[in-house]
Design a protein around this ligand. Sequence first.
Ligand SMILES: NC(=O)c1ccc[n+]([C@@H]2O[C@H](COP(=O)([O-])OP(=O)(O)OC[C@H]3O[C@@H](n4cnc5c(N)ncnc54)[C@H](OP(=O)(O)O)[C@@H]3O)[C@@H](O)[C@H]2O)c1
Length: 391
Amino acid sequence: MAVTRVSIIGSTGSIGRSALEVIRHYPERFRVVGLAANSNIELLAEQMALFRPQCVAVADEAGGRRLSELNRGLSVLLGPAGVEEMAAHPVDLVLCAIVGAAGLRPVLRAIEAGNRIALANKEPLVMAGQLIMQRAKDRGVTVLPVDSEHNAIFQCLQGHKLSDVHCIHLTASGGPFYGRSRENLRDVTPDEAARHPRWDMGTKVSVDSATLMNKGLEVIEAMWLFGLPADKIRVIIHPQSIVHSMVEFSDGSILAHLGPTDMKFPILFALSWPERLESPMSRLDLTKVRNLSFAAPDFTEFPCLEYAVEAAKIGGTAPAILNAANETAVEAFCQRRIPFLKICEVVRAVLDRSSIRMETDLDTVLAADTESRRTAAEVIHRWDSIKYAFV
Ligand SMILES: NC(=O)c1ccc[n+]([C@@H]2O[C@H](COP(=O)([O-])OP(=O)(O)OC[C@H]3O[C@@H](n4cnc5c(N)ncnc54)[C@H](OP(=O)(O)O)[C@@H]3O)[C@@H](O)[C@H]2O)c1
């Protein structure tokens, strides 16, 4: 069986670590060629010792230099440009597992180099989905979804025509606060928000799950991955997270994908596609699944979902503006500068103050991202000043 040469950008994060765990089970099948991270030098050094990649990149330049000194002058690609260079290194597959907008340029560079993409990093698709999918098409590059819902939809669509799809049901666990009133969410801490009931994930995506913004970002992600309009993508609350998503066809049949709540499954699928490998992970025991429940989402208690769907329908730079405002607000919440409920207020305020453009070339998208972060910082700063005026 041929060896698949893999690079992982964001190898020290939740997805990156899970991917390396999967790869360790198949030493004959996968070869780690490149690893990139932001600043977690200690973990990256451990990963390098285990997997011996040819190519290493560190976005944080000081950290990268330290890594090089620790490894007797090893050549490390430095800074965001170094991470992009690593993404363009010729391999069979690049797993894009950076968090946030920082992944956009590396994803584009990996596509331009003709590398197959396993995409966990949803924010680049939200910001510039049209650009990414068009470039992938022009370059003949397959983009494989790693996000569990999109991976499930990808699998349900195999062998079917897109024109036969009536709609997609994107399942959502509801996050840690589903069922709680807004009044109840006033004082929740970043630790509580990051404690997801079903999935073990990085901080940003966990907070996004708590506001339901994650599901909104996933609606936009699904639009671009599967070429469907927003009104064909429906969100359904499914607290058990056993059904990872469903596709409903024109004849009324619904195909569902079921599996354990473990990201190693979609990662294994994306790594081994178009083959399937014997899984070393614990399988789903259907006899222990007592209950599968589904409910409509509550847009009033969790307005972020509604704002994301609104941005998806407007199109142009609206999703990039939404994403940048959300990233800025989530960071401020994690630094305890704003309360949990303020996250969606910041996103709303930024959407209302921004001029949306319909062009989606890279420069326009990046300018919208920068401007949105500036506006969000102003909104947060103003709130900070008002808050302290009353202390
Ligand atoms: N975790 C999940 O279960 C899950 C599920 C579905 C989708 N996703 C999506 O997958 C992506 C990654 O999520 P995660 O939970 O794995 O995030 P995470 O745990 O926060 O990890 C992020 C990774 O990206 C690296 N990174 C951050 N900024 C970077 C930069 N500028 N250049 C290079 N590397 C950078 C980090 O390096 P350092 O460690 O050095 O900071 C880390 O390796 C997100 O877009 C998320 O929405 C995640």
